[in-house]
Design a protein around this ligand. Sequence first.
Ligand code: TYM
Length: 329
Amino acid sequence: PHRVFSGIQPTGVPHLGNFLGALENWVALQNQYPTVLYSIVDLHSITQPQDPDQLRSNILDLTASLLACGIDPEKAILFQQSQVSEHAELAWILGCMTSMPRLRHLPQWKMKSGQKNEGSVGLFTYPVLQAADILLYQSTHVPVGEDQVQHLELAQDLARIFNNHYGDLFPEPPFSFILTGSTRKVKSLRDPSAKMSKSDPQTMATITITDSPEDIALKIRRAVTDFTSEVTFDPETRPGVSNLVMIHAAMAAISVEEALSQARGLDTGAYKKLVSDAVVQRLTPIRHEIGKLRSDRAYLEGLLAQGRKKARELAAPVLAEVRHRVGFS
Ligand code: TYM
């Protein structure tokens, strides 16, 4: 049986990278598979310092954003990770099967632990918790952006290690973790060699799904390109322009070829107007919907409570089996 699982951190409003790398796929997959779970991964978010009130509010705001992007709570189980304690428990067990060297090269640690690698234990074992999220539901499909591929590889390794040690329980490759759709990487608008990231301190580098049309136009107008005025698509040699072409095509739901043909005769300056129009057009209804949903905190909390109940029903028997096999019963 197919099971889809994915997660997003409640660390702020989703940006175009989240939207195109993950959320678009999330919406498509909820219509294709019977069991689909999307988690607001608050346990992951505290690997970086969070203000408690801000976190509480971010969780509900993110719930509103996910609904506005098209996640349907009738089709997908939408829940908060920390409300299903099985995640943390499985993470402990998997952590005992993971070597320290295996984790040292993973991107989250390398990027965020600082020069001296003095990050927290939680930041170091972040990918183990992610593996627990995935395996807890015996997931077969995990729609994520390209930046998460190494984390999925760890989850696959841990599935294999567990199965070898305790007998088959978790789906293993090639049946697991199909990266659906075109795995996308949206680049920073200020530095096209870096990914667009929520933790980027430069506000001009990211477009969030609630940015005003004026802000979107400004950020795209200022986006770093290069000294060639013609619009072409070559992510290797022209990452800046190519990022804009990719964003344009994805937001207008057209092919890259079609985007390039619309750009014919335009220099990058004029083309940017086309790109920002496509982004604004796509995001405007979403922004309005978020505005409506955000204010009904009780409704959002109620949805998460329902999601928690459904998620636990699936998680509990798997964790019980894990506990039994490990020898806890
Ligand atoms: P997070 O919250 O950083 O991002 C959520 C999703 O957005 C994708 N994404 C991008 N895609 C393309 N280009 C970008 N610039 C870009 N930035 C972010 C991410 O790939 C992700 O799919 N560790 C995960 C959360 C997580 C998870 C899981 C995911 C926890 N447990 C289990 C899948 C399965 C994360 O930090 O996502």
